[in-house]
Design a protein around this ligand. Structure first.
Ligand code: GMT
Length: 378
């Protein structure tokens, strides 16, 4: 199939999922066309099966807001016609599903049928999409998609609760390329980060308020009072500076390393002992799955789709949002001795097997085929 993929090209989870999906589909013989405003961060390999088409939005002083949806839907029409794209898969409803619907309608005028598959990722539903300013358009574009998927059962439930949905939503969980998370380096270079007797705790995110960055610092503060430890903070966003300030106030600035955005997530996870994800809401928690695939147990909140990924008492522990004391207790339970830590590491890796890319991607292929058949039969 020739498949168009629309996503946010940044470090966010939805862009990562879309990129990994496209790359895997290309390995399975499909021709992939990424259509977005810049080259996705994890897309470093363009070849005869993987193409990138940039959406340009010319600046014009009359516009207070530059019309990205308009530019995107025009580009979609042009690319679908030029490359004979069979199906369009849009990740993150806003504004992608809406722009895709407009493109579909324009193409229909020219006798071209284009099925649209929309994948809901989380904040497009829970934080942004359900806002009264967007809700009508988001609901419309979900209902008008030829197929809709959500990355967890929890997100599906949220979508049905928050919107008037007349379309079927299929749950297709996020996935992981376990091969990529096998550590191929003989030395993780752990010694560069911490002393032998120190545990390494890690957090990776976009440092938005929803990630509850302060909770991470406070859990770590409690942990390092009990056992020698270091904290690796990976990513960037509005909560990074307040977090650095808090570390200074607590006197733990020497024990916390702020990396900023990194392309070396696998190396960082390679020397990590524990991953912290205390989010306010999380439709899935891809970062937790990436940690587990690298054999890193997870201390997380029990919100949204996280319990579908992190199994309490197996791959780590779940606590109520904001329960710093419970998260501290659980972290210490895992980190207290090497034998216990090793058993959680093994468990995390085997839980990650449930999300093997080779088992999940065929589900998307089946959805594309179904959408294509039903769209052509109308
Ligand atoms: O977590 C973020 O803030 C980024 C956001 C995104 O859309 O890129 O992530 C969402 O999609 C990810 C991939 O499906 C999920 O793993 C994250 O849980 C979800 N984030 C939230 O629901 C807050």
């Amino acid at each position: 199939m020739r498949i168009g993929i629309v996503c946010y090209p940044t470090f966010g989870g939805s862009g990562v999922v879309a990129t990994e999906l496209g790359l895997e589909l290309s390995k399975r013989g499909h021709e992939i066309h990424f259509i977005t405003y810049s080259q996705p961060v994890r897309l470093d390999l363009l070849n005869h099966n993987v193409h990138f088409h940039e959406v340009n939005v010319p600046e014009y002083p009359l516009f207070h807001y530059q019309p990205y949806e308009l530019a995107l839907s025009s580009k979609l029409v042009d690319m679908v016609k030029l490359h004979k794209i069979d199906v369009l898969h849009v990740h993150y409803a806003i504004p992608h599903a809406y722009a895709a619907y407009m493109a579909k309608k324009m193409l229909h005028e020219e006798g071209v049928r284009l099925p649209i598959v929309t994948t809901l990722h989380g904040t497009d539903i829970t934080l942004v999409g359900s806002h009264p300013f967007y809700k009508t358009a988001v609901e419309f574009s979900i209902n008008k998609s030829d197929a809709v998927t959500s990355v967890s059962q929890s997100l599906k439930d949220d979508t049905l609760r928050l919107f008037n949905i007349t379309n079927n939503i299929q749950v297709v969980p996020n996935f992981i390329d376990l091969e990529r998370h096998e550590h191929h380096f003989t030395d993780c270079q752990r010694a560069m980060m911490a002393e032998d007797n120190e545990r390494i705790l890690t957090h990776i995110s976009n440092f938005r308020p929803v990630k509850r960055i302060e909770d991470i610092i406070r859990v770590f503060y409690n942990v390092q009072k009990e056992i020698p430890a270091k904290l690796m903070m990976v990513g960037d966003g509005p909560e990074k500076e307040p977090a650095e300030q808090l570390c200074l106030e607590l006197g733990i600035e020497d024990k916390v390393i702020f990396f900023g955005k990194s392309h070396e997530i696998d190396k960082i996870l390679c020397f990590s002992d524990l991953f912290l994800l205390p989010s306010e809401t999380e439709s899935f928690g891809l970062a937790a799955l990436e940690a587990m695939a690298s054999g890193v147990p997870v201390i997380s909140s029990n919100t949204g789709g996280i319990p579908e990924v992190n199994k309490h008492g197996v791959s780590g522990f779940l606590s109520n949002v904001g329960d710093i004391e419970d998260m501290t207790r659980n972290a210490l339970k895992i980190l207290r001795d090497d034998t216990t830590l090793d058993s959680y590491k093994i468990n995390s890796k085997s839980e990650a097997l449930n999300f093997d890319i080779h088992a999940i991607v065929p589900k998307y292929e089946a959805i594309y085929r179904q959408a294509l058949e039903s769209c052509l039969s109308i």
